[in-house]
Ligand binder design. Structure first.
Ligand code: 6PG
Length: 249
């Protein structure tokens, strides 16, 4: 698969339309792979409506649950049942009750040491490598079918913050982030850019007026983490009307 520096922006009316468009893309990726499917979820508030929609009767029955595996792009050092736990939110809104327990792959922040986030990162890296079946990512065989992403007010994505050396990591698949740039100010564990790039599709969701300022900077091409995240396959940004910069287009 050739490296792909482009991204496609798809404008939608509102958060409901955004969740519906994202849900159709998720299902299309599952349908395109008749083997084991790997989806990398994201945290924050942006994907919540998508998860709720996927859990609704109409969508839930279209998901081949037995052969879909669920990962998470980054996690915060908060207890597993804290509403700010990224996988906890995904479990509560979508996975619990539908996904086989063995198909849910949380980052082990609940048991790892927040003072040594690299240790927890190494454990998750091991889990990803063993799922993938190799120690090196082959561009012809992406790790994930789909990676969901969001962007924060400072242009971070996953837990890759502006100016953090983690952005330049090329060897490790997962790294510890001792200090977050935004709330919650707790250590994090995040997948690195090459790991996130190893997918058939990377799908960003951005909705609401609060995203407009950062989207204006991102679309102007500023060197920010969200602009550096690209799939080796397709990179799609789903943006709703309120988030879209006025001069876009
Ligand atoms: C995290 C997220 C992060 C998120 C953005 C957007 O753990 O903080 O993975 O990268 O996607 O901060 O967050 P919102 O969706 O809450 O705006």
């Amino acid at each position: 698969m050739a490296a792909n520096d482009n991204r496609r922006v798809i404008a939608v009316a509102d958060p409901a339309a955004l969740a519906a468009a994202a849900a159709e893309r998720v299902l299309a990726r599952m349908a395109a792979n008749n083997g084991r499917v790997a989806i990398c979820l994201t945290g924050g508030s942006s994907p919540k409506q998508l998860y709720q929609l996927l859990a609704s009767d109409t969508y839930r029955s279209r998901i081949p649950w037995q052969r879909v595996h669920w990962f998470i792009g980054d996690e915060r050092f908060v207890p597993a049942d804290d509403p700010l736990n990224n996988m906890g939110m995904a479990r509560k809104t979508l996975l619990d009750g539908c996904a086989p327990a063995a198909n849910i792959h949380p980052i082990p922040t609940a048991t790892a040491d927040p003072a040594d986030p690299d240790r927890g990162a190494a454990l998750y890296e091991q889990e990803l490598r063993s799922f993938y079946g190799a120690d090196t990512l082959d561009p012809a065989r992406p790790l994930f079918d789909l990676v969901l992403m969001g962007a924060g007010p400072d242009g971070h994505t996953a837990s890759l913050f502006p100016g953090d050396p983690a952005l330049d990591e090329t060897a490790r698949w997962v790294v510890g982030v001792p200090k977050a740039n935004v709330e919650p100010f707790v250590p994090r564990i995040t997948l690195t850019l090459p790991t996130l790039a190893s997918c058939r599709e990377m799908l960003f969701e951005l909705a609401g007026g609060a995203k407009r300022a950062i989207l204006t900077r991102l679309f102007a091409g500023e060197n920010l983490p969200a602009n550096r995240a690209r799939s080796a396959g397709e990179t799609i940004w789903l943006v709703d009307r309120d988030a879209l910069p006025e001069d876009f287009g």
